[in-house]
Design a protein around this ligand. Structure first.
Ligand code: UT7
Length: 328
């Protein structure tokens, strides 16, 4: 380890109160609780109410992480909001979070790496901390995918949920924090998961709305196979960087995309399923928020202890993927 390490010193998460169950979805589209549970592992997801927006949940998650860390917002050097569901096209949602927290000194910007946003953000945070440019970084993964989901499309509306998770990352000379970080993309597969309307290619118009271009489009089955392959490969690379065996990891926390993806990757890596965390049954797929929500649940439940090794792996639209191994 280099003398200056980047360690997570506080975590938090926030979910909308409103819950959408599989039984409720059965009344909205041609699906069944049985299909959703066996194909995805999801039983319910949290969905934001009218008038709620991404930075509300991001800020609530951030406050909890700052409280746990004992860090005042004025100490933050940088705020990264990993999101593909910004409050507005402009400015960055991170700036709304900064304002709500009163984090006057912080640089604030968004990171659009879809479901891999939290691990991309951790990798950047590690870089700015190790270089000495920043001492304390707030990283939030926050998504309100329900705003982009077509609730007449059964192939996507059963999967996604809303929520936010946050981490405070700080420079430390103690032998802990991020040990290995690998991130990668394959833009050739951009059309496996995308939202075409509302950007510069198809600017918002009556026609884009009529053609439902502002909704998420997904080639789920093809994405599933790439997800299993890429998650397995990038996790192996991160483990190899540290000459670690899969079961040297105390906790494997993968992005919660689909319980069957988690199980396939766990089996391929040969990780003991008892070391794997899953909350997809309660929360669904919350994109960049899924890993920090899971991490916060594990920390608060005492499932991670000082000295434990945690491997996180993610995969998402782009496609983007990554794996980060850290010592708690
Ligand atoms: O967050 C990271 C990015 N996202 C992902 O990684 C998602 C990856 N993909 C998946 O999780 C899965 O592919 C899905 C859950 C989206 C779909 O599961 P699948 O086992 O791959 O199903 P499929 O797309 O191959 O469809 C199988 C059948 C089709 O019917 P036919 O053609 O066999 O008659 C679908 O129309 O299941 C049908 N189907 C459904 N049936 C009931 C698709 N969605 C539903 C549904 N309820 N909600």
């Amino acid at each position: 380890m280099s003398p200056l390490n980047a360690a997570i010193i506080g975590t938090g998460h926030a979910l909308p109160e409103n819950v959408l169950t599989n039984d409720q979805l059965e009344k909205m589209v041609d699906t069944s609780d049985e299909w959703i549970v066996t194909r995805t592992g999801i039983r319910q997801r949290h969905i934001a109410g009218p008038g709620e927006y991404t930075s509300l949940f991001a800020t609530a998650a951030a406050r909890r992480a700052l409280d746990m860390a004992g860090v005042d917002p004025a100490e933050l050097d940088m705020i990264i909001c990993a999101t593909v569901c910004p409050d507005m096209m402009l400015p960055a949602t991170a700036c709304f979070i900064q304002s709500a927290l009163g984090a006057k000194r912080a640089a604030a910007y968004d990171m659009a790496a879809a479901c891999s946003g939290f691990l991309y953000g951790l990798t950047v945070a590690e870089g700015v901390i190790k270089s000495g440019r920043c001492r304390t970084v707030l990283l939030v993964g926050a998504e309100l995918l329900s705003r982009y989901v077509d609730y007449t499309d059964r192939s996507t509306c059963v999967i996604f949920g809303d929520g936010a998770g946050a981490a405070v990352i700080r420079a430390t000379e103690e032998p802990k924090g991020i040990l290995a970080a690998r991130i990668r993309s394959d833009g050739d597969l951009a059309d496996y998961l995308y939202t075409p309307g509302g950007g510069t290619r198809y600017p918002a118009s009556e026609e884009t709305v009529k053609k439902r271009l502002h909704y998420i489009k997904m080639r789920g089955n093809e994405l599933f196979k790439v997800a299993v392959r890429n998650l397995t490969q990038i996790s192996r690379e991160a483990l190899d960087d540290l000459k670690m065996a899969p079961n040297d990891v105390d906790l494997f926390l993968p992005h919660q995309a689909n319980q069957r993806i988690t199980e396939a990757v766990t089996a391929r890596l040969g990780i003991d399923p008892a070391r794997v965390y899953s909350n997809i049954d309660r929360i669904g797929n919350t994109s960049s928020a899924s890993i920090p929500i899971g991490l916060d649940e594990c920390v608060r439940a005492g499932r991670v202890r000082p000295g434990d090794t945690i491997m996180m792996a993610s995969f998402g639209a782009g496609v983007t993927y990554g794996a980060v191994i850290m010592r708690w």
